[in-house]
Write a protein that binds this ligand. Sequence first.
Ligand code: SF4
Ligand code: SF4
Length: 308
Amino acid sequence: MISRRQFLQFCTAAAAELGLNPGRLLQLQAAVEAPDAPTVIWLHGSGCQGDSISMLNRISSDEAPHDVADFLINSLNLEFHSVLSAAAGTTLVEHAHHILDTQPFFLIVEGGIPLAFHAEACTVWAHDGQEVTFADAVATFARKARAVVAVGTCATHGGISAAPPNPTGVVGLQTFLQKRRIQPPSVINISGCPAHPDWIISTLCQLFLGEQIECDDYGRPYDIFRFNIHRECPRRRGKPTFVGFADSFGQDRYCLQRIGCRGPRTRGDCANRLWNDGSSWCVDSNGMCFGCPDPDFPAGDFYPDPDA
Ligand code: SF4
Ligand code: SF4
């Protein structure tokens, strides 16, 4: 077990990014080390699992955690995850149902929920001799969860999985819960394609600490999604760093608005937080913002004809 001193040492790096002061860090450490530490069930539906991969970016390859995010992930009682759990198949499914019947848990939903064909386009496991659709699995676990967190835009609003013509009838979590009249105590949407690992981890921290999470109109944590990408972008006209508008790709430091950047309509803290351990973000890499957390993402062509 990691000592409090060690914990405070390695958590310093990511604490500020996650909005954790020393007092909350100690509370978090106590929460995840308690005998009744928060338990997480993570279900996957229609999606690419990019949000799991995004979260794994926060785990160091060394034995010792580097920071609070690393510690939290390594300390999570992640009792069901179809890829990360050591067990698999019937054993793992039975374990998930044991958790369902015996202890409180937080439910994470990754991927959209297909409803066409009696929801049978996405079948996740067999239980009691019956095949179980992702829709029924989410419904079963959401009814008992302390809180439900949708990670990634497929889970929050359908995302790429629900892009036209959407043959499997994919919907996002809140639409699904409304259809089934399921009302968990709390539903949080962390959109993004994928969701940034800090967005997932800071939300889990708040849930584990029993804090209220203020959300925007789309059910997303306000602290993360209050920023407009365009307003924060260093390439925006009016900022001292503005050098002009790009008319094709590959023009370093030029604003990409006229070749289709969706920064002006998109909310998120990418320009401030950066990605990949603070190394870069989409615009900084000369790729434009595609509006990945938007409720209507992917919303049309990624590369609209600038002359059209
Ligand atoms: S590159 Fe995109 S986000 Fe940045 S200023 Fe231009 S339009 Fe706005
Ligand atoms: S800059 Fe835009 S497309 Fe890139 S991760 Fe942020 S919100 Fe998504």
